[in-house]
Design a protein around this ligand. Structure first.
Ligand SMILES: *Cc1c(COP(=O)(O)O)cnc(C)c1O
Length: 468
């Protein structure tokens, strides 16, 4: 006999099958700590099983965030989870890799060679946008004070199109800034550059251009924006500059459309952010922000931390976090190189444009975005009265096959239009998209023949997770 009869719990954790254990036959502690410890294999199994109903992330076509990394990347990242990104002196080589990433991105974004660009990793674009916004605010205040403006007379403001991502609203609320939105309409599905200056005055801390509107994947015309800003600045002392929110486009466009001028080639673009976990191809959360020159980042915002016996400037809202995402980003840069990113993104774009064609051929949908700029396919029902169902019904039907494809209203000023959006990512192969199209057609056929539909046609606007 290997176990004494009295040692019941010990025996449990050592050799009892998981699904013969006491734990597998009891409710697990949820909102209060359990009295006793349980075996690690049991805890693992139970948590893993609870997460099963969230579906397969690879079939989640709602998110921009990475759902696949190579085994070697995953291994490397899980082996470096304990490294703290803020401890520059304890982990100097990790810091070196972060700096290399900043340099690589500066090169991709054509940072001027003569200038001294600065940049940092962040948790994601949201933190990066906060930093970019703060830099604009502080810089504006320094400029405005010098020009004798009473900076406390009015709230400073930020100008952006109504297609903004929620992080900008957060920025404005948290930092007490008035958000001025340039409305979009059917002719202007991105920032209206002819109207943008109507929103600018001497209290404007900056204008945000979006390279990849989250809702539709469309691009603001940053070059045209730069031109109007250039003209405006030549007429006033109260100059205004551009921050580009390139959360999704920043790691896609440089590879797929390097001729498009949206980055530091444009004189008035002072800072740019991107999400490493979108088309940078790293698991969340990692983001980046770069300033074209150190003069664009007021010194008051920089904190020194010790690094290799000296000091190093840092800027972050967060303090401790794992450095594994930074290491994952560097792995991708090293592993893929320019050509690898180009091949992956070109394939993703092909897949998106193919999907868009196939959806268009069905004759029911009007395509808002065909995957040309970013591999986002976005469409609405051409004539809502031609069918008995809505895009919400279609989303539900697709979910039965595991595909998550959100339907939602467009932002302010276009909110009566309900669209559906498919975000094509690197791990969506041509073969997978063929399966998707097959299920898409079946779903429509089923809906056309269905007798019970769950979503009312009139005015029901449900919002699925569209903000990421
Ligand atoms: C996704 C997104 C963000 C937020 O990015 P996170 O990395 O998820 O914080 C900000 N702006 C735009 C335009 C986005 O698409």
């Amino acid at each position: 006999m290997l176990f004494s009869k009295t040692n019941e719990t010990n025996r449990e954790s050592n050799s009892t099958p998981i699904f013969g254990s006491i734990e597998s036959n009891s409710e697990i502690p949820k909102c209060k700590l359990g009295m006793d410890s349980i075996a690690p294999n049991l805890a693992y199994r139970m948590i893993k099983d609870e997460l099963m109903d969230e579906g397969n992330a690879r079939l989640n076509l709602a998110t921009f965030c990475q759902t696949y990394m190579e085994d070697e990347a995953v291994k490397l990242m899980s082996e470096t989870l304990e490294k703290n990104a803020i401890d520059k002196s304890e982990y100097p080589q990790t810091t070196e890799m972060e700096n290399r990433c900043v340099n690589i991105i500066a090169d991709l974004w054509n940072a001027p060679k003569e200038g001294k660009f600065l940049g940092t990793s962040t948790v994601g674009s949201s933190e990066a946008c906060m930093l970019g916004g703060m830099a604009m605010k502080f810089r504006w205040r320094n400029r405005a004070k010098k020009l004798g403006l009473d900076v406390n007379n009015r709230k400073p403001n930020l100008v952006i199109s109504s297609g903004f991502q929620v992080c900008w609203e957060k920025f404005c609320v948290y930092w007490d800034i008035e958000m001025r939105t340039v409305p979009m309409d059917n002719e202007h599905m991105s920032i209206d550059v002819d109207k943008v200056l109507d929103y600018v005055d001497e209290y404007t801390i900056g204008i945000v251009g979006i390279l990849g509107i989250t809702y539709t994947g469309k691009f603001d015309d940053i070059k045209a924006l730069n031109d109007v800003v250039e003209k405006y600045n030549s007429t006033t002392e109260h100059k205004v500059y551009i921050h580009v929110d390139a959360a999704s486009g920043g790691m896609f466009t440089p590879f797929i459309n390097p001729e498009l001028e949206w980055d530091f080639r444009l004189k008035n673009v002072v800072s740019i952010n991107t999400s490493g976990h979108k088309y940078g191809l790293v698991y969340p959360g990692i983001g980046w922000i770069l300033w074209r020159d150190e003069e664009c980042l007021p010194k008051e915002l920089i904190f020194e931390v010790s690094y290799l016996g000296g000091n190093m400037p840092t800027m972050a809202i967060n303090f401790s976090r794992s450095a594994s995402q930074v290491i994952g980003q560097y792995y991708n840069f090293l592993r893929f190189g320019l050509d690898g990113y180009r091949k992956i993104h070109a394939k993703t774009k092909d897949v998106a444009m193919y999907l868009s064609d196939e959806i268009e051929k069905l004759g029911l949908f009007e395509i808002y975005n065909n995957g040309e700029n970013l591999p986002i396919v976005c469409y609405k029902l051409k004539d809502e009265d031609s069918v008995q169902w809505t895009l919400y019904d279609l989303a539900d039907r697709l979910l039965m096959k595991g595909w998550q494809v959100p339907a939602y209203p467009l932002p302010e000023d276009l909110q009566n239009t309900i669209i559906q959006r498919v975000v094509c990512r690197a791990d969506l192969s041509h073969d997978m998209v063929e399966l998707f199209i097959r299920d898409f057609k079946t779903a429509i056929n089923d809906l056309n023949n269905a007798r019970i539909l769950t979503h009312k046609k009139d005015n029901e606007k449900k919002v699925y997770g569209f903000t990421h």
